[in-house]
Design a protein around this ligand. Sequence first.
Ligand code: PLP
Length: 388
Amino acid sequence: MPTASSSLDTLCIHAGQHADPLSGAVMTPIVLATTFAQDGPGAHKGYDYSRAGNPTRTALEGCLAALEGARHAVAFGSGCAATTAVLLTLKSGDHVLCGDDVYGGTFRIFDKVLKQFGLEATFLDMRDPARVAEAIRPNTRLLWMETPSNPMLKVFDIAAIADVARSRGVPLAVDNTFATPMLQQPLALGATLVVHSTTKYLNGHSDVVGGAVMTSDDALADRLHFLQKSVGGVPSPFDCYLVLRGLKTLGVRMKRHVESARGIAEWLEKHPRVAHVRYPGLASHEGHALAARQMKGPGGMISFDLRGSLAQASAFLRALRVFACAESLGGVESLAEHPAIMTHASLAPEARHALGIGDGLIRLSIGLEDPRDLVADLEAGFAAAARV
Ligand SMILES: *Cc1c(COP(=O)(O)O)cnc(C)c1O
């Protein structure tokens, strides 16, 4: 078992997990049972019904909590279910101040689901923490942000915004999906809650949809566990097992994602067909110094503006053979997508343009293939775009 001082690379593999007491099996069993025999009424071994609690899920939650340095983790059936559970801790009339440029599905939960229950949200570019302080209202009950953001890869100052939040008595939730705890630990920087889509880097193999919330606030954790069982957006035991399995390689995967993405971002920045590259590891990124301070690496996501039209962006994506043209991110395989048409289609066109999501914007999730093959593939894409 890991100790309190174990490094994240060790915790990824061991935290929350014990050899099975019955057989000694070193991998966590997948407990499919929906119900658990009790010695007598109410005399159970910690589990009574699998929506309320499941041993495979407990192992996953233990691992996820350790990675974010949290006392608690609460696992959900998707990142959106995790986000919704956090928002269900609020009530009608409350206001959420949210970073702009958030995951499209998060925006949709605010705009199309919880608005009708009287939850109000406003969206703000949080690069200047002073603007965050000004935008907090008397009824603001939660600050929400993603950093690096999606798809513009803006970097927000977690420690500075957490200070603002604390001084106003408002919890800060950080969606840490893009960075992962290997590169950034929001709770250590003062955030109250961390949210993940485990679908992405944490599972890392594009074969599970899942989510989680981590916190060291005992009262909030109680409330989230209550919502997990009451609303019921729980992950299956098999999915919990797959995420645990994926997590074992998170440390080595993130090193390689960062190394390859850094090289490809530098190559793209020099490419004549590229107007602008957004990657926090580049000196040209306005958040470069902040990213270097608050992150252990700039991550595996790159956005860039292809010089040209929608038709050229489309030709570029159609020509790729190693990169799949697909939504999502964080898997071992490289993906490329067009935010305006694909992931961020739920934003109004004006909102997309205000964020800088134009017709030429392409987002890359750099996988674990040989980066030379990825560069050759992108070069073929640029050649195809030039022929349009
Ligand atoms: C994918 C994603 C989500 C939503 O997670 P699902 O698992 O797809 O429900 C939330 N935030 C970010 C940053 C994401 O990339």
